[in-house]
Design a protein around this ligand. Structure first.
Ligand code: GLU
Length: 486
């Protein structure tokens, strides 16, 4: 048996949608779990809607997700002779015919069908044209399309690897167009010619294409090739079970990138949209390689998968916690840049500082965007104090004196580092006869503007003596000025 060969065949008419990326992923998982090959094919025969910048973005998104391929990208727009060649062969074998029906004639038929609330089916008007009739039409300047001659009776049965047998009545499949009057192939025809010529063994794609499959099978049959196997993967719905769209937040891989998700988290999450490695579905965290080892096409569900951003965020925080710190730092740079916290390229000192900031905050953020958001005080000295915190911690008895005293002691502390700062705080609070919390809370607010965050001694060490002391003094000043008079 020839090895498994799958293809991922996006149309470059928009950014790579999460549904498309999940299709790519399932192709990847299946092919590599079977020791097969992945072909990347760009379906760009819709010349008006296809754009080269979308192709670049699509490829960038695939690389970012680490969904690599073995062959391609092949471009359909560069293979037009293959489609016309095969169509000519079908014409010669009387399996297809030229149709000269005018747009008006077809429109009339369509409007009739609409009146009767029926789907329009081409009635086969040009099936039996003689050579003379064709010549006369051509003299009139009519440009034909090419239609496939399809059976009027019987059924076309699609054997879907996930859905089982799905039967379509041939009476509902008319003689559809395979080459348009502009010489370009239709999707159904180009797709089949490529699948056959590229020796694709398994066509794994979105459920919405199931209804195209009988037409594609009829094309394959006419072309005289063996059919690939088909597997249609379930749709991804929004939480309210409507079609997933912009109003549900990020939907394209690029948007997920911009919102600060890590590729491993997105891939892991997407894999579980319609597939689970075990019946109970307890295990949820998998690397791409682990998924390849476990993937089973026959465990992909028939029912739609529901997108759940909370779960994706949870996975993302998991990967943010577990990531190699250098990789996480590199991934975070653009997000810190966006907030004007750093400027790339970073020198060694800046990079090491960022790395320590990230080590401190990584557990507290669900995305890289959030991570940059909660890190601003590591870079900016000016920030607002959380007002609830002000009431609670700054306006407590003697808070200003306490933090000024801490500032004074910190000024002399040797060495100035996390452990020694912590010891100082413990000793000082004892001396002052207050709980350590009474010292720590106003300190945190003074230094970060916030009431919660990473370990305060770590932050103080990172910020350095000078900035820490400055911030404490500034806060003491603020308290003196703003303390409500009794
Ligand atoms: N270009 C089609 C799409 O993006 C491909 C469908 C298929 O895989 O056959 O939907």
């Amino acid at each position: 048996m020839p090895g498994v060969r799958v293809r991922f065949a996006p149309s470059p008419t928009g950014e790579l949608h999460i549904g498309g990326a999940r299709t790519a992923l399932f192709n990847y998982l299946f092919a590599y779990s079977e020791g097969g090959k992945v072909v990347l094919r760009i379906d760009d025969t819709d010349l008006e809607r296809s754009r080269s910048d979308y192709i670049d973005k699509l490829i960038a998104s695939m690389h970012w997700l680490d969904l690599e391929w073995d062959e391609g990208p092949y471009y359909q727009s560069r293979r037009l002779d293959k489609y016309t060649g095969e169509a000519e062969r079908l014409l010669a074998e009387n399996k297809a015919y030229r149709c000269y029906c005018s747009a008006e004639m077809l429109a009339e038929g369509r409007s009739e069908a609409r009146k009767e609330s029926k789907a329009y089916l081409y009635p086969g008007t040009c099936r039996e044209l003689t050579a003379e009739q064709e010549e006369a039409f051509q003299k009139e300047g009519r440009v034909p399309v090419i239609r496939l001659l399809t059976p009027d009776q019987g059924n076309t049965v699609v054997r879907d690897e996930i859905r089982g047998e799905v039967s379509f009545e041939n009476a509902n499949l008319d003689d559809f167009i395979i080459i348009k009057s502009n010489g370009l192939p239709t999707y159904n025809f180009a797709s089949v010619v490529d699948d056959l010529q590229m020796d694709i063994t398994h066509v794994i794609r979105a459920e919405e294409h199931l209804s195209n499959t009988p037409r594609q099978q009829l094309c394959a049959l006419a072309l005289g090739y063996e059919l690939p196997k088909f597997a249609h993967v379930p749709m991804i719905l929004a939480p309210d079970r409507s079609k997933l769209s912009k109003r549900h937040g990020a939907t394209s891989v690029e948007e997920f990138y911009s919102e600060g998700y890590l590729p491993e988290a997105l891939v892991n999450y997407m894999a579980l949209l319609g597939w689970s490695p075990d019946a109970g579905g307890e295990e949820e965290i998998f690397s791409l390689d682990q998924m390849v080892n476990r993937f089973d096409l026959y465990k992909v569900t028939k029912t739609a998968a529901v997108y759940d951003v909370t779960k994706l965020s949870w996975m993302n925080s998991h990967y943010m916690r577990e990531y190699d710190l250098n990789r996480l730092t590199e991934a975070a740079v653009p997000f810190f840049e966006q907030k004007s916290l750093v400027e790339a390229p970073l020198n060694n000192e800046e990079y090491n500082y960022l790395k320590q900031v990230i080590a401190a905050v990584r557990e507290r953020a669900k995305t890289l965007v959030e991570m940059a958001d909660i890190s601003t005080y590591f870079y900016h000295d000016r920030f607002e104090y959380d007002q609830k915190g002000v009431q609670k911690h700054f306006y407590k008895e003697n808070a200003a004196q306490h933090i000024l005293k801490a500032a004074e002691e910190l000024q002399k502390l040797e060495p100035y580092e996390k452990e020694s700062i912590e010891n100082l705080y413990r000793t000082l609070s004892e001396e002052l006869g207050i709980s350590t919390g009474r010292l720590i809370h106003p300190t945190r607010l003074a230094i970060t503007g916030r009431t919660a965050g990473p370990g305060i001694f770590e932050i103080m060490a990172l910020l350095g003596r000078e900035r820490t002391v400055e911030r404490l003094k500034k806060a003491a000043d603020y308290i003196e000025k703003n303390l409500p008079q009794k």
